[in-house]
Design a protein around this ligand. Structure first.
Ligand code: ZN
Length: 135
């Protein structure tokens, strides 16, 4: 059974680990939506937040090529770290896959891509992570 890398950010919706939705929190006071868990609104500080499912499509807001990865990074290097803007408002940082670096353009449409990654080499450490790929 596949396991989400963080079930506060990514809810798996299928048995295969290749379907899921990103999760955010919407402020009941001002309507601002943020990605992932929050205990109060970052915009108006209201404590009244409700979980929302976010869409699987966004646009590339910014990106960088990472040549020195964080400790324990399980993937190939260099890789593209993309900041993706969702229609609901939040920006979500994740690797952009299946794209030549030269083909990246700001504003390009991207869609959510889920991948199972062995965090520590062994199959028992496998977690489903979220990435972006050109739409
Ligand atoms: Zn608010």
């Amino acid at each position: 059974m596949p396991v989400s890398v963080d079930d506060r950010c990514l809810r798996l919706t299928g048995e295969g680990g290749d379907a899921g939705v990103l999760l955010g929190m919407r402020c009941s006071g001002c309507g601002v939506v943020v990605f992932g868990p929050a205990t109060f609104c970052q915009s108006c500080t209201a404590p009244d937040l409700a979980e929302v499912e976010l869409g699987a499509a966004g646009v590339l807001y910014s990106y960088t090529i990472v040549r020195v990865p964080p400790a324990g990074w399980p993937g190939a290097v260099p890789y593209v770290l993309g900041e993706v803007e969702l229609p609901e408002g939040p920006h979500v940082l994740a690797e952009v896959i299946d794209c030549e670096h030269g083909d990246l353009t700001i504003g390009m449409p991207v869609s959510l891509a889920l991948q199972a990654v062995a965090m520590d080499g062994g199959a028992e450490t496998e977690r489903v992570v979220y990435k972006w790929r050109p739409a």
